[in-house]
Design a protein around this ligand. Structure first.
Ligand code: BG6
Length: 479
């Protein structure tokens, strides 16, 4: 027993966090481009108007737009079989509502895809990864509005037809369930209610009705995109992408257990239930009622959802947390989807609790629930790295994190899980999505770029580069 022979070992990035070139070759502004830098404990700001002299990390990111050939060559040297990246929607449709796509954008990703194929690397493309065109936010508050479905499908048609025969795997939305929490409103859905004044990223007023109505539109868009992809190329496989936030009852107090069940439904299952099963789950109505949400549906929507179920499930896995009915127990700092820290686990410097066994649990849970092939498309440790005088970067802590998670993936495979592949996050250092900083590094490749805007973007191989190379070479036997 072990990983399949054609297991998709690789790494993952997102355009807004690595490309830079934010206003080049016809690219429009995305929601990430209006977010300033921030750091742990100091939230980034959202500025609807770009401010002169303010630092926006996505504007230059790590210059992957210009250096993708060098980066993909490094991925190939590590032995990647797969590269997960996103197409920045605003390179293809700068404002989002144009009729015709921007040729320069289409050409760029064609070159990226060709570069991957040159090395036998399978592209795995995220269609929308926190890159909603800001033009659509201004026009209709993005996914709040049903008209987004058409804009999204135009975009899908442009890329599905252009890359036919070169790409096999697509993901409709990155971490779609981030919108079960307030954090997903802007990044995932392009929702911004204050278009005049800057706001603090983590302090925007939250309107759950908008997020859940937006999710309904995204479910429809995803289901229609699945059908469109299959019509354009029957070889296409389309997956979802969710955050799996492993969650445990803090104690065996039935109140904690019931609370944990509610958490799982709201954060871990709600979206994938719809995308994988093609219908809202039975608990949806009561859950939504509890938070004062009523979804507006049109006739035919249920049919669309039923016909557009995904081919495989992908998810990010970083951490776990607990649910407690004790009001004294406070939610942990780093928990994206909320939750109380687990006393049995240690946390990263950013407060994300490290729980490799939670990954085996996640894989088994999703496999039992949906009986679909699974892929772990994000996992990794955000940490500070030090470059030694001789240029080496000894990131043993990252190796330790990845090793333990891969061990648990292997056990899950032995448990019977159909696991397609593994693309750890930020295989090359990039900008953090939640805090907007460079200092939180995930890569096996170091990028010399810092939060004060200095650095020459040089790439350096970390110790984990060589370690991961050996993991891939031995198909996960040598950890
Ligand atoms: C996921 C996102 O939330 O986790 C990525 O899909 C993100 O975009 C990653 O970068 C890690 O989060 P962060 O905030 O540490 O960058």
């Amino acid at each position: 027993m072990g990983f399949k022979e054609n297991f998709l070992w690789g790494g993952a990035t997102a355009a807004n966090q690595c490309e830079g070139a934010w206003n080049v070759d016809g690219k429009g502004i995305s929601v990430s481009d209006i977010c300033t830098g921030g750091k742990f404990g100091q939230s980034k700001r959202i500025t609807p108007v770009i401010e002169e002299g303010t630092f926006y990390p996505s504007h230059e990111a790590i210059q992957h737009y210009y250096r993708f050939k060098e980066d993909i060559a490094l991925f190939a040297e590590m032995g990647f079989k797969c590269y997960r990246f996103s197409i920045n929607w605003t390179r293809i449709f700068p404002n989002g509502d144009e009729k015709e796509p921007n040729e320069a954008g289409l050409k760029h990703y064609e070159e990226v895809i060709d570069e991957c194929l040159k090395y036998g690397i399978e592209p795995l493309i995220t269609i929308s990864h926190y890159e909603v065109p800001f033009g659509l936010t201004k026009k209709c508050n993005a996914w709040v509005s049903r008209e987004m479905i058409d804009y999204y499908l135009n975009y899908c048609r442009a890329i599905f037809t252009r890359y036919k025969g070169k790409v096999k795997y697509w993901l409709t939305f990155n971490e779609i369930n981030s919108s079960a929490a307030p954090m997903g409103a802007l990044l995932n859905q392009g929702i911004l209610n204050e278009l005049e004044n800057p706001t603090i990223f983590m302090e925007q007023p939250d309107i759950p009705q908008q997020r859940y109505q937006g999710l309904h539109h995204m479910f429809l868009a995803s289901a229609l995109a699945v059908q469109m992809a299959h019509e354009i190329d029957p070889e296409y496989k389309v997956g979802n992408m969710m955050i799996y936030s492993a969650s445990y009852p803090m104690t065996c107090n039935p109140d904690d257990v019931v609370l944990n069940q509610r958490y799982n439904r709201m954060y871990n299952y709600y979206c994938t239930d719809v995308q994988a099963r093609g219908a809202y789950p039975a608990y949806a109505d009561s859950l939504l009622k509890e938070i004062g949400v009523e979804i507006v549906k049109e006739p035919g929507d249920d049919e669309i959802l039923k016909k557009g179920t995904i081919d495989f499930i992908t998810f990010s896995y970083y951490m776990s947390s607990c649910q407690s009915s004790d009001p004294e127990q406070k939610s942990g700092e780093g928990n994206i989807l909320g939750g109380v820290p687990n006393p049995y686990l240690e946390a990263s410097d950013w407060g994300w609790q490290i729980d490799p066994k939670g990954l085996r649990y996640a894989l088994n849970d999703l496999s039992d629930r949906y009986q679909l092939p699974l892929m772990v498309v994000e996992n990794g440790l955000g940490a500070k790295d030090t470059v030694e005088e001789d240029g080496s970067i000894n990131d043993d802590y990252r190796i330790e994190y990845l090793r333990k998670h891969i061990e648990q993936m292997k056990l899950a495979v032995e448990d019977g899980v159909d696991l397609m592949g593994y693309t750890p996050w930020g295989c090359i250092d990039l900008v953090s999505a939640t805090t907007g900083e460079y200092a939180k590094r995930y890569g096996m490749i170091y990028v010399r770029r810092f939060d004060d805007g200095t650095g020459d973007f040089a790439r350096l191989k970390k110790k984990s580069f060589y370690w991961y190379q050996n993991v891939i070479r031995t198909n996960g036997e040598k950890l």
